[in-house]
Design a protein around this ligand. Structure first.
Ligand code: AMP
Ligand code: MG
Length: 358
């Protein structure tokens, strides 16, 4: 068990802020792991050039060794230190979306520890839009590998409390920077094929990317479970992911169909994950995760809501299905995975004359 120090960087003096950044930079330079806030989710940061340091991240999370990490940088020029093959699209995309919730996969030049790329010939790179993360990267003068700061498989942390719940005793330092602005992980775009391809949707959307590079593909694993024998372009897509302890069922349809379904199916331990304003109309305890037409709010609140449902003792969660337009695609991707792709189309089920209408 490690002793975990928690330092708050919220509303502190300039001198205290400087001390916190120096402490975090010293921690990663020494080969240890520090949890830092970013605009997406909290991350576990370590020196990307050191295999020993990076292995500590995998240990703390219980992350499968074949799931690679994203390397975080603070200046675009650092891309050239990690890849000898930087296409013009990478520069144009970085100009538009960095710093921000956007990760690019490029050919690796082998400088990062092999554990970071998990045996692949590529490296994922991002410049986060978080003053704390950028200041620690600059102060340490290192590229920092960082996955989300949760136990592998569970919902990512969007507040320091979530990190404290998951990582106390497992890492040395947690910096509290308040709630994360976006709440879902970055968009991951591969630039190693003929056409740029989204491997994981995030707050930078397919439309945003298209406006810079003209064409973009979306990997088929984004909204579908992978077939047993499928070739995996992003190993992270293979695993059970973002899931609370409770079983989640996503119910696609109108609020009326959702309500009918719950009225007919509910038993003890069932909870609802609904949109704002629907809580009082439901016959079971409910947690909301944003307004129906507000994908950004849903992204920001989804993981916190899933964690809250576990804290409340939910056994089974009936979730309202988000729109898959724009940022909604990221919300759908995370929620479908949290549900292990247990998604019920209520309208189709009704037409087919089964479920609660039988
Ligand atoms: P996380 O660290 O939890 O934000 O997850 C990082 C995501 O990026 C995972 O889905 C990884 O599989 C993916 N990733 C990281 N590096 C690569 C890479 N070189 N090639 C493909 N996917 C990657
Ligand atoms: Mg993660």
């Amino acid at each position: 068990m490690l002793k975990t120090e928690v330092l708050s960087a919220i509303n502190v003096s300039d001198a205290e802020y400087k001390r916190i950044i120096e402490k975090a930079a010293e921690t990663v330079k020494r080969g240890s792991v520090a949890a830092l806030p970013t605009e997406t989710v909290y991350g576990l940061f370590a020196n990307a050039l050191s295999g020993e340091a990076v292995r500590k991240i995998f240990d703390a999370k219980g992350r499968p060794q074949d799931n690679p990490l994203i390397v975080h940088i603070a200046d675009f020029e650092d891309v050239y230190k990690l890849s000898d093959d930087v296409p013009i699209e990478a520069k144009l995309l970085a100009e538009k979306f960095w710093p921000g919730p956007f990760t690019m996969i490029l050919k690796s030049n082998g400088k990062v520890a092999k554990e970071v790329s998990a045996g692949l010939s590529t490296v994922a790179i991002r410049m986060p839009d978080s003053k704390i993360a950028l200041d620690v990267i600059r102060e340490s003068k290192l590229p920092l590998a960082a996955p989300s700061a949760n136990i592998s498989g569970f919902p990512s942390p969007t507040s320091a409390e979530h990190v404290i719940d998951d990582m106390t005793g497992r890492i040395e330092l947690i910096i509290d920077g308040g709630d994360c602005r976006f709440g879902v992980e970055s968009t991951v775009l591969s630039l190693t094929g003929d056409v740029p391809k989204i491997l994981r949707p995030g707050a930078v959307t397919a439309e945003d990317i298209k406006s810079v590079v003209g064409a973009v593909e979306i990997d088929e694993s984004v909204l579908k479970p992978l077939a047993e024998d499928a070739k995996v372009s992003s190993p992270g897509m293979k695993y059970r992911h973002y899931s609370p302890k409770a079983q989640v069922i996503v119910l696609k349809g109108s609020f009326k169909e959702y309500l009918d379904y719950i009225n007919n199916e509910r038993k003890d331990g069932d909870f609802a994950l609904c949109f704002d304003g629907e809580e009082d109309k439901l016959p079971i305890n409910a947690v909301s995760y944003g307004a129906e037409n507000d994908s950004l709010a849903q992204a920001q609140r989804l993981y916190g809501a899933l964690r809250q449902l576990d804290d409340m003792g939910a056994k089974r969660v009936f979730a309202r299905c988000p729109s898959k337009e724009g940022v909604g695609l990221a919300v759908c991707n995370r929620l479908f995975r949290a549900a292990g792709f247990n998604v019920v189309d209520l309208e189709k089920a009704l037409q087919a004359g089964f479920l609660w209408q039988r």
